[in-house]
Design a protein around this ligand. Sequence first.
Ligand SMILES: [Zn+2]
Length: 98
Amino acid sequence: MPRSNRPRRSTSKREETPEVSRSVLYGARRTEVKRGIEYTVQSHSGAAAEDDKTWTCPHCFLLIKRGTPHMVAWDERGSGVRRHFHTNCWSKFQGRLE
Ligand SMILES: [Zn+2]
């Protein structure tokens, strides 16, 4: 079942101008340091290409339902280890990503 390609999902857009490159899914990117670990954090609209997409928050272990704005964060290992957090959970999160 073909789905239309979404050019906005490009991951190679310029990162130094987050305000300009807002997409449907992601908001501005910023950096936060928690316990000496630098995280890249980006807001996520909750919209997803997949119909039944959900995410599990690694702080409270509850599902983040599709359509719920939340945060995505990853550490210096790169976006391959990114996790989706409830916005409040990200504020409280002090551990490290597994
Ligand atoms: Zn949570």
